[in-house]
Unconditional design. Structure first.
Length: 342
């Protein structure tokens, strides 16, 4: 079975092709230039419209197949920026109709979890999902992926990009902030904003920008931003593990490419006797392969999307998705955890 997936929730349009063994046959992306003011939804949609067809053609060539070899078309149905979502949904509908193949609308957040599980062998993990527009701690419970903690304002990647834009750093700013942070020598005090299981980043951003305005060393601010916000994420992830009784953590989202975040979460897991799973960077960031794989998983569970139900949903919550393919796995995973603890 071969599935083509199209991702287009925000700054990146991607096309991936996967098979039933989660082998990635192609995974191609194009990102907008957001260095001059972030992401403008209409400009991003125009970018996606320009690149999606060439990416589909290139993905088919990379996979060494023709379009008739595809069995299913999947697309990111939400959450995300409306114009971007509508652009890739239109492309997916057109491909589905022209090839007479089933269509599957995929929740972007669930896709990060599913591709991570498939490629790392994680059994029943809690997902720390840290990206530009999203920051959540997610785990399976009672028939759905539940959100056990999340940002109350902006995603961590969004916060880093806002800081980076003011500091004159390229977009996306996370990789450059990570580089600069290695040369930071002073930990500047920033608000540590954890509220129960949730986090907030706006106050940290305001405080960091004020220190920047007053002449604080950029390397120290990057170091301080990472240490403070990553400690927050590690804390709520550890609390989620204790609350839900799981012993695995899976990372997802573009910010999870950061080696310092991986190091902090790994230390926490080792202290708790838990295991950390980190997928390759190519599927941590937004990509079409994760959409394709999740579409395949859904289709195998009997879930497809009729054309009339393929409208996009900008606020498509992770915990709105029924995951019937998980029922048997969750029971088996719980038994394995019990044996490991025994």
């Amino acid at each position: 079975m071969l599935v083509l997936g199209i991702e287009g929730t925000a700054h990146t349009v991607g096309v991936g092709i996967v098979d039933e063994k989660a082998t990635i046959r192609a995974n191609l992306t194009r990102m907008i230039d957001g260095s001059k003011g972030g992401i403008h939804p209409r400009e991003a949609a125009n970018h996606h419209a320009e690149h999606v067809v060439p990416l589909i053609e290139e993905a088919l060539t990379t996979a060494g197949i023709g379009p008739d070899a595809l069995d299913l078309i999947a697309f990111s149905q939400g959450p995300g920026l409306g114009p971007c979502l509508r652009t890739v949904a239109t492309a997916a509908r057109a491909l589905s109709l022209s090839l007479e193949r089933p269509l599957v609308g995929v929740n972007h957040c669930v896709a990060h979890l599913e591709i991570g599980r498939a490629l790392t062998g994680a059994d029943d993990p809690a997902l720390l999902y840290a990206s530009g527009g999203n920051t959540q701690v997610i785990a399976y419970a009672a028939g759905r992926y539940r959100v056990f903690g999340e940002t109350l304002d902006i995603g961590i990647g969004n916060m880093l990009d806002k800081f980076g834009r003011t500091a004159g750093l390229p977009f996306p700013s996370g990789p450059r902030i990570e580089e600069l942070a290695r040369d930071g020598s002073e930990l500047r005090e920033l608000p540590y904003s954890v509220k129960g299981m949730d986090v907030a980043f706006s106050g940290i951003l305001t405080a960091a920008l004020e220190l920047l305005r007053k002449g604080a060393r950029l390397e120290d601010l990057c170091h301080s931003l990472q240490e403070t916000t990553f400690a927050m994420l590690t804390e709520v992830t550890e609390r989620a593990l204790a609350h839900i009784g799981k012993d695995e953590v899976l990372l997802g989202g573009g910010v999870a490419c950061n080696r310092r975040l991986q190091e902090m979460v790994r230390t926490m897991c080792e202290d708790r006797g838990a295991r950390l799973f980190v997928p390759p960077n190519g599927v941590l960031v937004d990509n079409g392969a994760m959409i394709a794989w999740t579409g395949l998983v859904m289709a195998r569970a009997g879930i497809t999307t009729p054309l009339e139900a393929s409208v996009v949903d900008q606020r498509f919550r992770t915990d709105e998705v029924d995951v019937p393919w998980w029922a048997e796995k969750a029971t088996s995973a719980a038994r394995r955890r019990s044996r490991r603890r025994g």
